[in-house]
Design a protein around this ligand. Structure first.
Ligand SMILES: Cc1ncc(COP(=O)(O)O)c(C=O)c1O
Length: 464
């Protein structure tokens, strides 16, 4: 077995890699979009053990490299990845006994980076917003590291085994699950492996299946597909899809149409999918689904559209599924700055307060572990002040037993307290004078700093 083609009828797999592939195909509820008459089917690639469709290519690229002698037993794999290929390769490397270095641009979610580290990989972070020709670009860094350490660089962007993995597994699975009846296949492209590999298979078994690509604005792929010329790339927030150069694993000639989906629509579609259907998928799944719905709206009731959900929602809890993140980036509508209150700028974060009788150890824990600074001290529900951090640190430096000390002896005056319902401009004028204020809302007191204010300013719409 060279590609991921595990037999799900087998009750016990010999290893984790045999559990890759054969992911479910799930029908989108008919009432999800009232303008859609036909069937929309979702291929849940987050059902793979490494969490994404990239498990398929990880296994196939490694196994063919071993067969060719490019990767020797105990060797090192070095790859650049927006996260999911890194996780798939790290899983396969761990299961098969290879060392691995994964180079990731810094716009990717911390959850993805932590998962790759948990799988035993060395992670190198590179700046996301550098030109493709810049030696700091993640593809260049991966190539350089591979050269220096004599490792094997799968180079998923230009490796035909990437495309081949989807030709051998994803395409045939969809065809079988659909019992040979589908009208359109819709998917985004990063390396282009998924879209091209599935398209190659579909065009072989039924040339009438329409292949539709999806791109975020700022990627060059849709433009290249249409005009066969480069355009200026730009920033976008969706992860995994879109590119700034033409990847060798992507074949524009096999694609019948291309849609560009704005980040905001991608993320709102993913959030709607999670909250209305229980299918918890990543931001690019929202992008693919938004495009699939556009295709489906034009088709008759008898038609069938298939799209891919590349990965799951858990990797995006601090992004697409965080209201704060969505509001800070204007993916939720901004509030007029004339009517905005402090409530509009508050973040959903950990809260804590201590009483004067609590131990200093407990107070330090609340500040250190939960990041609540300054830490409010409440006596009988009334604000008595905040923890005096300087004095607390001095005791720690002197090695005093913090369990024997009481907060009562470490209280300093609290900064100004503002109501969450007050105009945000009140915080602005207070923060010109001090680093932090406390805001009182229905749940208690929460520190609000200059940094919080700066981060939240894009939530406001400037009006004359
Ligand atoms: C998270 C994610 N990974 C991977 C892909 C597709 O990958 P590729 O074109 O590299 O096969 C997509 C495409 O939408 C994606 O969103």
């Amino acid at each position: 077995m060279t590609a991921a083609s595990a037999n799900k009828d087998t009750l016990i797999h010999d290893n984790i890699l045999d559990a890759v592939g054969n992911t479910p195909l799930v029908r989108l509820p008919a009432d999800f979009d009232p303008e859609v008459q036909c069937e929309v089917l979702l291929k849940l690639e987050f059902g793979n053990p490494g969490g994404s469709l990239k498990d398929r290519i990880a296994i196939h690229m490694i196994r063919t490299a071993v067969e060719r002698g490019d990767l020797i037993p105990g060797g090192r794999i070095v790859e650049c990845s927006s996260g999911n290929t890194g996780a798939g390769l790290a899983m396969a490397a761990s299961a098969l006994g290879f060392d691995i270095t994964v180079v990731i641009p810094d716009k990717m979610s911390q959850e993805k980076i932590s998962a790759i580290e948990a799988l035993g990989a060395d992670v190198v972070i590179t700046p996301a917003n550098v030109d493709i020709d810049d030696p700091r670009h993640y593809t260049k860094v991966a190539g350089q590291i591979a050269k220096e350490c004599g490792g094997w660089w799968p180079d998923q962007y230009h490796n035909t085994d990437n495309t081949d993995a989807h030709y051998r597994t994803t395409g045939p699975e969809i065809w079988k699950q659909c019992e040979g009846r589908l009208d359109a296949f819709v998917a985004g492209a990063g390396t282009g492996g998924t879209l091209t590999g599935v398209a190659q298979y579909m065009k072989e078994v039924d040339p009438s299946v329409q292949i539709v690509g999806v791109d975020p604005p700022g990627s060059i792929l849709a433009h290249w597909w249409k005009h066969r010329e480069m355009c200026e790339s730009g920033p976008y927030a969706v992860e995994g899809a879109g590119e700034e150069e033409v990847p060798g694993a992507w074949d524009p000639d096999i694609i019948d149409d291309y849609f560009v989906i704005e980040d905001a629509l991608s993320f709102h579609t993913a959030r709607k999918l999670a909250s209305e259907t229980g299918i918890f998928a990543g931001g690019s799944s929202g992008m693919n689904l938004a495009a699939a719905l556009k295709v489906a709206r034009k088709l008759p009731a008898s038609a069938r559209v298939v799209t891919i959900l590349p990965d799951g929602g858990r990797a995006y809890l601090s992004k697409v599924y965080s209201k704060d993140w969505m509001r800070d980036r204007r993916f939720l509508p901004p509030v007029s700055q004339n009517g905005a209150t402090l409530q509009d700028l508050l973040r959903n974060r950990e809260r804590a307060a201590v009483s004067p009788e609590d131990t200093l150890a407990w107070a330090v824990h609340q500040t250190g572990e939960r990041g609540v600074r300054p830490l409010p001290v409440l006596q009988n529900g009334e604000l008595a002040g905040v923890l005096d951090e300087d004095a607390a640190i001095a005791c720690m430096v002197q090695g005093e037993d913090l369990d024997q000390l009481r907060v009562a002896d470490f209280i300093q005056p609290a900064p100004t307290v503002l109501e969450a319902t007050s105009p945000w401009s009140e915080a602005l004028s207070q923060l010109q004078e001090s680093e932090c204020v406390l805001v009182r809302d229905g749940k208690g007191l929460v520190p609000f700093s200059r940094r919080d204010l700066i981060r939240a300013l894009p939530r406001l719409k400037h009006e004359a």
